[in-house]
Design a protein around this ligand. Structure first.
Ligand code: HEC
Length: 166
């Protein structure tokens, strides 16, 4: 009996997508620190996260968006250079970035002089994962890796998807 339960737990863990690591509720609390500079404002102009601050770029739809590309925002050079290489925000890049934005561009661009205009760091990867879990809710184009938490939205099978041969 006990071993069955253990097996089930293992299977359930294996089936859970990687992005489930973060806790959106904790992430919402962390976002209070981000909202001094950032908001998430949807396409209709509704503020869905934060209080309307614009010191940092709009984080609505940031996952699946090209790095440093929110229209009208005056980004620093490094993030723009990185975006031009075709980088798009995803969980992994976000988690690394928010722990040390300037260092992130140094690594990504291989340029010791790279820096970020964002003067803020989260404490560790776990905190970053929590903020990710919160923010990804406001990124409708986050892509397969961040597929909807709402099973109904995930339901329609994509007819174009290649059949998986067992
Ligand atoms: C003190 C203000 C400030 C705070 C606090 C802050 N940011 Fe930023 N953020 C910025 C600025 C400014 C930029 C633009 C960076 C650049 O141009 O190099 C930015 C950029 C970003 C980007 C890149 C967006 C894009 O369009 O490419 C992400 C993602 C981001 N911030 C997330 C966060 C998160 C999550 C937090 C909280 C954990 C946070 N920021 C806290 C000011 C801030």
């Amino acid at each position: 009996m006990k071993s069955k339960l253990v097996l089930f737990a293992v299977l359930a863990t294996a089936a859970a997508p990687a992005f489930a690591a973060g806790d959106a509720t904790k992430g919402e609390a962390v976002f209070k620190q981000c909202q001094t500079c950032h908001s998430a404002v949807d396409d209709a102009g509704n503020i869905v996260a934060g209080k309307g601050a614009k010191t940092g770029p709009n984080l609505y739809g940031v996952f699946g968006r090209q790095v440093g590309s929110y229209p009208g925002f005056k980004y620093g050079e490094s993030i723009v250079a990185a975006g031009k290489t075709g980088l798009v925000w995803d969980e992994a890049s976000f988690v690394d970035y928010v722990q040390d934005p300037s260092n992130h561009w140094k690594t990504v661009l291989g340029d010791k002089g790279a820096k970020s205009k964002m003067m803020f760091k989260v404490k560790n990867a776990a905190v970053a994962e929590d903020v990710y879990a919160y923010l990804v809710q406001f990124s409708p184009n986050a892509g397969a890796a961040a597929a909807p938490a709402d099973p109904a939205a995930a339901a329609p099978a994509d007819p174009a998807a290649p059949a998986t041969t067992p």
